[in-house]
Ligand binder design. Structure first.
Ligand code: F6R
Ligand code: MG
Ligand code: MG
Length: 378
């Protein structure tokens, strides 16, 4: 069979209630669109899901990445779902559709996209992760653990097919440039960058022997950098392939047993634990959170999707949820103080600078006292 493209796209086109969940009517609408696109031959297959207030589409086809027809289909699906949201007066209808009209590619227009063109293996297990109330840098820590950390991924030590490690392509969202790091050799060089999750994000992971076909891909758009204003965090999506010389399914899920702190949560302005949940429990509530992650497991069968299986709802993640709730209690007690609240630099695209601007005239220079060094030079 020729190559198969897996496209995962998500957008917030209206919240129910507030920014907490997706109304079922939006999912019904999107599902009907997917059925029609399959019948019309645009897609092999597709599934509609949600995480928090985001609708996600998992699509398979033979058209390659960045295909105009597939992106147009997704865009028009989100536009139509926005109309449904408007009829119901849902909150923030059309929130993530930043462009006025479709211009050939959905990237940069608002929705988050992760897609890969692959040669389907005899058995092709993969996971689509979706997160709400956070941003693409939230994947850095789990992707690092999955592909670079032998304490997470036993196969890096034990499996001859994985023992050489992987190549990770990092995007610098501020400078619009990218670099590839080969691990384990360049692990420390990689960490110098990906620890800064607001700026450096892992876009692709490749086998070292093949830089064409990714084994993982993540959405990397930062809406505020596109829109130049606060438009919510950029709730990300990613695809990770598993097994047969790649990390096993359980190794791919293992990082989510630790609810690491991510930027987002209330008003996209706070650090909070990324709580793994079943899809039905991905409904941020407390302080618009805590941030959620869900995992949808699929097998491919000649381009058709078998699944999804809801993977993080499993009882083995119960303790991660408890720990996340404890971390949420702890972080909430920080209130508006850093690092509970994000740093000044990260708050640049929120409404906080407007408040500071109103108070600007209050600030008076401090006259240096004779004989005392100025506070700046001391
Ligand atoms: C976070 C998010 C919400 C909103 C908050 C205020 O990404 O979407 O936490 O920022 O509910 O929303 P508005 O300003 O729309 O009332
Ligand atoms: Mg929203
Ligand atoms: Mg969202």
């Amino acid at each position: 069979m020729s190559k198969v493209t897996v496209t995962a796209i998500k957008a917030d086109v209206g919240g129910y209630v507030g920014h907490g969940a997706v109304h079922p009517d939006l999912l019904v609408f999107a599902d009907e669109r997917v059925r029609t696109a399959i019948a019309d031959g645009v897609l092999f297959d597709g599934r509609v899901g949600s995480c928090g207030d985001d609708v996600n589409l998992v699509l398979t086809h033979e058209r390659g990445v960045d295909d105009v027809e597939v992106h147009r289909f997704a865009w028009e699906t989100f536009v139509g779902a926005t109309d449904v949201a408007k009829r119901l007066h849902l909150y923030g209808a059309g929130q993530d559709l930043l462009a006025d009209a479709f211009s050939g590619n959905i990237r940069g227009a608002g929705p988050g996209v992760a897609e890969m063109e692959i040669e389907e293996r005899p058995s092709e297990p993969f996971v689509v992760f979706a997160a709400d109330k956070t941003q693409p840098g939230a994947w850095n820590l789990p992707l690092y653990k999955i592909f670079c950390d032998p304490f997470n991924t036993a196969g890096l030590v034990i499996d001859t097919k994985m023992h050489d490690g992987f190549a990770l392509e990092v995007h610098d969202l501020r400078e619009n440039r990218c670099a590839v790091f080969e691990c384990p050799e360049e692990m420390y060089d990689l960490l110098v960058h990906i620890g800064t999750t607001s700026r450096f994000v892992i876009k692709h992971v490749f086998r070292k022997s093949d830089r064409e076909e990714p084994v993982a891909v993540a959405s990397t758009s930062r809406l505020s950098l596109i829109a130049g204003r606060y438009v919510g965090k950029d709730d990300p999506i990613m695809i990770v392939r598993c097994q047969s010389g790649l990390p096993a399914l359980g190794e791919v899920l293992e990082p989510f047993s630790f609810p690491h702190l991510v930027a987002g949560w209330m008003r996209g302005s706070h650090n909070g634990p990324l709580m793994p949940t079943a899809v039905g429990d991905a409904t941020p509530a407390r302080f618009d959170g805590p941030p959620r992650v869900v995992a949808m497991g699929f097998q491919l069968a000649h381009g058709r999707l078998v699944g999804p299986r809801d993977l993080l709802g499993d009882v083995s993640f119960d303790r991660a949820r408890t720990l996340a709730l404890e971390a949420a209690d702890y972080m909430r007690r920080m209130g508006p103080f850093e690092p509970g609240r994000l740093s000044m630099e990260e708050m640049e695209y929120t409404t906080m600078p407007d408040v500071a601007a109103k108070l600007a005239s209050r600030w008076q220079p401090i006259e240096p006292v004779a004989g005392e060094a100025s506070p700046v030079t001391r």
